[in-house]
Ligand binder design. Structure first.
Ligand code: CA
Length: 242
């Protein structure tokens, strides 16, 4: 996993970014708040990109694939709530942390079940916001900014269906890929063989749950020492959370 190997951020020098902490897209029309956020997030080791209106923010989520979006509710053009609604409608689950200005905005964010990950209310402490972002990123651990799934030294790219183990490309069958993807989408979760069977094979049952064991064994052989798959005797399988 060389691209996201953790290294110490050089605090105070804004040109160096800890790649493991990920890019934060800030969508905020108040330049003073945007500047403060940029400063604190950069110091915390994040890359930062700022947009000032809803439509530009939405476009940059799709282009930049940030690790997290800090989304002001009151924005020119479409508001933050509409940005989040459009993302989720497009099945984009990039973590969103809302910044709200008033109680009625909090009510909308909480009440609409937009799939937001957290919110802070203005005025907020930048330090608190950085901590909230760290917490959001921990909860979404296993999903990195470009949509790739990571578990230990294995990286899976759902879009290109490429899998890397210790930096080398691994050729998987379609079934092996679906099995691994199902496990890596929810690191730490134990899946039963029956669940994995229906995920990787659809509704049809080709040979019963022991078939899963055979495919997992092949998957492990291909991933080698990098394999993050754990067996839970009598239950099923999981991958270790990275
Ligand atoms: Ca605003």
């Amino acid at each position: 996993m060389p691209l996201v190997r953790r290294r110490r951020p050089e605090v105070g020098f804004h040109g160096v970014v800890d790649a493991a902490k990920g890019l934060v897209l800030v969508v905020e029309d108040d330049p003073a708040i945007a500047d403060v956020l940029r400063l604190h997030l950069t110091r915390a080791g994040h890359g930062v990109h700022v947009e000032r209106d809803g439509l530009s923010g939405l476009a940059q989520v799709r282009t930049l694939r940030p690790a997290v979006v800090v989304l002001d509710v009151g924005l020119p053009g479409i508001d933050g709530i509409e940005v989040c609604r459009r993302l989720r409608a497009a099945d984009d689950w990039t973590p969103v942390l809302f910044v709200t200005a008033r109680d009625d905005e909090v009510d909308r964010v909480v009440g609409l079940e937009l799939g937001a990950d957290d919110y802070v209310t203005k005025p907020f402490s930048p330090r608190e916001l950085v901590a909230r972002i760290a917490s959001v990123l921990r909860r979404s651990a296993g999903v990195v900014g470009n949509g790739a799934l990571v578990a230990g030294d294995v990286t899976l790219h759902p879009d290109t269906r490429q899998v890397l183990a210790d930096g080398r490309t691994v050729d998987l069958t379609a079934t092996e890929f679906e099995l691994l993807a199902a496990l890596m989408r929810r690191p730490g979760t134990v899946f039963t063989r029956e669940h994995l069977l229906s995920t990787a094979w659809g509704e049809a049952d080709y040979g019963g749950s022991r078939t899963v064991d055979v495919h997992v064994a092949q998957l492990r052989a291909k991933l080698g020492d990098a394999s993050p798959i754990r067996t839970h005797r009598g239950v099923g399988y999981s991958v270790v959370a990275s």
